[in-house]
Each structure stands twice: as structure tokens, then as C-alpha cells.
Design a protein around this ligand. Structure first.
Ligand SMILES: [Fe+2]
Length: 184
């Protein structure tokens, strides 16, 4: 089922003209397998599909964050819920095992918070992949959103991490991101 989910997620983002998001999902899955090599298929699916909502969003993200912090629950809660509901609907249509489908739903629903070893691994893989793939995009938003808001996002993505071994991987990337921000 993982292959079908990859195709589906890539298609959603392709149709939305947001193909540039796809490397972040590929690397989230890659890092998940580095930090939790025994991750099961639902956890792998959640790592790839965690940001599905971003592919469905109509409004320009930059406009949303002019008036909102990146970690505002008013953004994060619906972001997680819509992504979780959409991937659940897709898996149900594919007749995926109901128990595994619910596991994917729960992991996407809590990918910003973690809470158990699988959820923590998805969240931390997302953070590492963020620092690897998304920093340049966020640096490019400095003229529109200001340095402090971008620093808050970098801090949030690093501070929330739960697994010490994952945090060690992210630490040099986080420090480099802050240095680049400082020089922007
Ligand atoms: Fe993400």
C-alpha cells in the first residue's frame, strides 16, 4: 500500500502545482527508517502523507502566516485533521486493513505532537527532513513575514523533537539554518 500512497500524494501535490513539496515527503520517509528501522507500513505511510493537507489548501500559505504564528493551534489542528481524514478516506477506498487505516489516521492527526514511539518517530523524521529540504523556502519568506517569525518556525521544528538520537541528527542542520537566517 505504501507505493499506492506515494503515487497518490505525489499526484495531489502535482495537480496543485506544488511538486516542490515532494522531496520533503521522500526524506521524511527516509529519515523515519533511519531513526526507527522497524517502523511498520502504517507508520511509513503516515511519514509520507503527513502534510497532505498542504496539497489541498487553496489559500496561499504566506497570507495565512502573516496574521498567524506557524505553531498556532488554529492552523495546526485543522492541518492535521484534514490530512488525517483525507488519507483515511483514500485507504478505505483501497480496502486497506481497517486497523492499519486507523493507525495511519491517528499518526497523521498527531504528527505535530507525537505521543507514542511511532508518532514521535514520524514527528522527528518530519523535523529532520524539514531542515534538510525546506529551510531555503522559509528563508525566502523573510521579506514578507520577517526574521522573527521564521526563527520561531525553526525553533518550533527543533524544540518539539522527542528522540534524542534524531535531535542529534537535526542539531547541525538547525544551527546552520539559524546562521543562514542571521545572514539573510
Ligand atoms: Fe512536514
Amino acid at each position: 500500500m505504501l507505493e499506492k500512497v506515494i503515487q497518490y500524494v505525489d499526484q495531489v501535490f502535482g495537480d496543485a502545482g506544488k511538486e516542490s513539496n515532494i522531496p520533503h515527503f521522500k526524506r521524511a520517509l527516509y529519515w523515519l527508517m533511519q531513526i526507527r528501522p522497524d517502523a511498520d507500513e502504517p507508520t511509513q505511510i503516515a511519514a509520507y502523507a503527513h502534510d497532505l493537507e498542504r496539497g489541498l489548501r487553496k489559500e496561499a500559505s504566506v497570507e495565512r502566516f502573516r496574521t498567524m504564528a506557524f505553531d498556532d493551534p488554529g492552523h495546526l489542528v485543522p492541518h492535521q485533521r484534514r490530512g488525517a481524514e483525507t488519507i483515511r478516506e483514500f485507504l478505505q477506498k483501497q480496502d486497506y486493513d481497517p486497523g492499519k487505516t486507523e493507525k495511519v489516521y491517528g499518526l497523521v492527526l498527531h504528527h505535530e505532537e507525537g505521543g507514542d514511539p511511532d508518532a514521535d518517530a514520524v514527528m522527528d523524521a518530519d523535523s529532520i527532513s524539514f531542515f534538510e529540504c525546506n529551510v531555503q523556502t522559509f528563508l525566502g519568506l523573510v521579506p514578507k513575514l520577517g526574521k522573527q517569525k521564521i526563527k520561531d518556525k525553526f525553533d518550533y521544528m527543533y524544540d518539539r523533537m522527542a528522540m534524542s538520537e534524531a535531535k542529534q541528527i537535526a542539531e547541525p542542520m538547525y544551527k546552520k539554518a539559524l546562521k543562514c537566517l542571521d545572514e539573510t
